[in-house]
Design a protein around this ligand. Structure first.
Ligand SMILES: Nc1ncnc2c1ncn2[C@@H]1O[C@H](COP(=O)(O)OP(=O)(O)OP(=O)(O)O)[C@@H](O)[C@H]1O
Ligand SMILES: [Mg+2]
Length: 340
């Protein structure tokens, strides 16, 4: 659906050049809710702007819905853009105009007949559950309602793709959740492919199936949300994952671990979905010559699956610990030795 290959983008103001994108490749498939996460300045917005042709890469290619953007004429690009909805952090609505007026703008631009505009505005307003706000002024709405209008406007032209740049960053956690729920409905009920940018890992966790992590104009890690959350490799990814999955040993336990004089190993275990079917921890506890302490545990829900994380202190002879590690690996849990 979206295929970016080796995109390079440098901004040059004569004195300073900023390498916003350094050789970025991204492949979003139809039906994905693909999340891009990264700190400020990583190049996320620049990347998303390539997709609707607001920026052109210096080198590399951008193919959207089978069309190479660099080969399109202006009218062709405009036609393609109608199939790409855009949702912004600051909503980008005309505050002094009505909800209906705002949603109708892209339809007017597309030359849609008045009766069809009326019908479509009502349809998308119903979808975002704001049926009664058609004639309200945007300035009278809450942030969450404004974002619903922003989404309704993006949906008015029946897009195949929705691009969301920090769509929930200006909203409180509860409103964020309701907007994410709405985006999921857009994806599932309308079959719209979504590419979203965020600096909040919770957003990725709640609705995305795939994620790419950006740093310094590059994608440093990507994959299914479960695999990236389960086995984050890069330091920046670990930092992001840590904001939703606590894999740190509680401070109070560190001294306990350090004061242990017997041979020991601290292990971080992750169970994804039903990948581990046996009562692994109970089995470890029953191993003669091995003592098992649970130092931390958390369960996270993501995309209709769950990830459980345990931090175990295994105390026993080195051979016993090795045997326990084999048991853990054989059961299918992800395991990492922790060094304190
Ligand atoms: N039009 C522009 N002219 C000059 N520099 C730009 C332009 N657009 C982006 N940049 C620079 O490119 C880099 C990447 O910017 P970008 O907006 O893509 O980052 P971002 O990941 O979206 O950050 P944020 O999370 O703050 O929105 C930054 O250093 C930014 O200053
Ligand atoms: Mg940005």
């Amino acid at each position: 659906m979206i295929k970016i290959d080796h995109a390079v983008k440098t901004f040059d103001d004569g004195k300073l050049s900023v390498h916003a994108l350094r050789d970025v490749s991204l492949h979003v498939e139809k039906g994905d809710i693909y999340g891009i996460v990264g700190f400020s300045g990583a190049g996320k917005s620049t990347l998303i702007r390539l997709v609707n042709g607001l920026e052109r890469p210096d080198t590399g290619s951008v193919v959207v819905a089978g069309k190479d953007l660099s080969a399109l004429t202006k009218p062709e690009l405009l036609r393609l853009r109608r199939k790409i909805g855009m949702v912004f952090q600051q909503f980008n609505l005309l505050e002094g105009k009505t909800v209906k007026h705002n949603i109708a703008i892209p339809l007017h631009l597309a030359g849609t007949p008045r009766a069809e505009i009326d019908r479509k505005v009502r349809e998308v307003l119903h979808f975002v559950e704001l049926d009664d706000k058609e004639n309200a002024y945007v300035s009278q709405l809450s942030g969450g309602q404004k974002q619903r209008v922003g989404i309704a406007r993006a949906l008015a032209t029946d897009p195949d793709i929705l691009l969301c740049d920090e769509a929930t960053s200006a909203l409180d956690p509860q409103t964020t959740e309701s907007i994410l729920h709405l985006l999921r409905r857009v994806n599932q009920e309308m079959g719209v492919t979504i590419l979203l940018i965020t600096h909040q890992m919770q957003v990725i966790q709640m609705i995305c199936n795939k994620v790419a992590v950006m740093e310094n104009g590059q994608i440093v890690e990507e994959g299914s949300v479960l695999s990236v959350f389960g086995t984050p490799k890069e330091a920046v990814t670990r930092r992001f994952v840590r904001t939703v999955i606590n894999d740190q040993i509680p401070e109070t336990f560190i001294s306990v671990v350090r004061s242990e004089t017997r041979p020991q190993q601290v292990e971080l275990l992750k169970f994804i979905g039903d990948s581990v079917r046996e009562p692994l921890i109970a089995n470890l506890c029953r191993m003669p010559g091995l003592e098992v302490n649970i130092l931390g545990a958390t369960i996270q829900e993501m995309q209709s699956s769950v990830m459980s994380v345990f931090i175990l202190q295994l105390i026993g002879d080195p051979e016993k610990i090795a045997e326990a590690e084999q048991k853990i690996d054989a059961a299918g849990a992800l395991r990492e030795r922790m060094v304190l």
